[in-house]
Design a protein around this ligand. Structure first.
Ligand code: GUN
Length: 295
């Protein structure tokens, strides 16, 4: 079997078209323009690329966008001041502080101080708690994007054995929680593997749907999966540079080997990546609707 490729690029394009229409309607019917503020502290090159993509997509879809670039030496106090200012700005419906922050800053404290109503990343404990009890306002963007990839590719999650590799707060824990809810596009039996798991292959070989966010290239090889599995590869590893100096990306899954056994698989790049930004846009539209009392 050679796997069908699940194109995040194509599915993201579809969702962006839908959002563009919704944003135009909000403007026309309610004179409401959803506003997103991004905050980047320091000069991490990957973070600069991500924030640039978020800003570009906001503008393409017709959102109001503000970008705040702060020096790496920014104090905790000044960063919190910026967050509080954005919390109180009515033009801004969503606030995104790009992670990771420089080491001297307290990430948890910053995330706690974002108004949960403006937490379009879905990282505030209030929003994670609401997700866990099945009453979410905002789903974290990468896990929500993964769920949409599955749903829009016609992959059955109801009753499926889902195995997640990785237990991060950004991907592993929230995707496990999303897929175990008793809801359409979920209702799966979920196992989460991590660095403390004794025999990862014993779990991954049982998976109908395998979601890999391990942060390590080739963490999953063909011998670790069963025929017909659906594989979602969340990894973004920079494994080298082209002659022109552009980063060469690889996922966490040995794509060439695993695609011969899988029924469907996401590529890297062009899989989960474009979905994350798209779901951020979706959350920003939702934040504006909530703020205006439209939901
Ligand atoms: N760093 C890596 N992924 C993300 C994300 O989804 N949101 C934020 N704020 N930072 C990130």
């Amino acid at each position: 079997m050679t796997a069908k490729i699940i194109s995040g690029t194509e599915i993201a394009k579809q969702i962006r078209q839908e959002l563009k229409q919704q944003i135009a309607d909000l403007k026309q019917k309610h004179n409401l323009v959803p506003g997103l503020a991004t905050v980047l502290v320091g000069e991490d090159p990957a973070s600069q690329v991500y924030v640039g993509q978020k800003e570009k997509t906001s503008l393409e879809l017709g959102l109001y966008s503000e970008r705040h670039d702060l020096p790496a030496s920014t104090s905790q106090e000044d960063l919190l001041k910026m967050v509080h200012r954005l919390n109180n700005d009515p033009k801004i419906h969503g606030i995104l502080v790009q992670l990771p922050l420089p080491k001297h800053l307290n990430e948890t404290e910053v995330l706690y101080d974002i108004n949960p109503r403006k937490d379009v990343d879905g990282f505030h404990p209030v929003n994670l708690g609401k997700l866990m009890i099945g009453e979410p306002d905002y789903l974290p963007c990468t896990p929500h994007g993964i769920q949409q990839l599955l749903v829009r590719s016609g992959v059955q999650t109801d009753g499926a054995e889902v195995v997640v590799v990785g237990r991060s707060n950004i991907v592993g824990k929230p995707i496990a929680n999303i897929l175990l809810q008793k809801k359409p596009g979920a209702n799966a039996t979920v196992t989460v593997c991590h660095t403390g798991t004794r025999d990862i292959s014993a779990h991954t070989r049982r998976a109908d749907i395998l979601i890999v966010a391990a942060g390590r290239p080739k963490a999953i090889t063909a011998d670790m999966v069963r025929e017909g599995v659906v594989v979602i590869d969340v990894g973004v590893n920079r494994i080298g540079k082209t002659a022109e100096g552009k980063a060469i990306l690889a996922g966490d899954v040995d794509f060439d080997g695993v695609k011969e056994k899988a029924s469907a698989i996401t590529p890297v790049p062009g899989g989960v990546g474009p979905m994350t930004i798209t779901m951020l846009m979706l959350n920003t539209v939702k934040a504006a609707r909530l703020a205006a009392g439209l939901e």
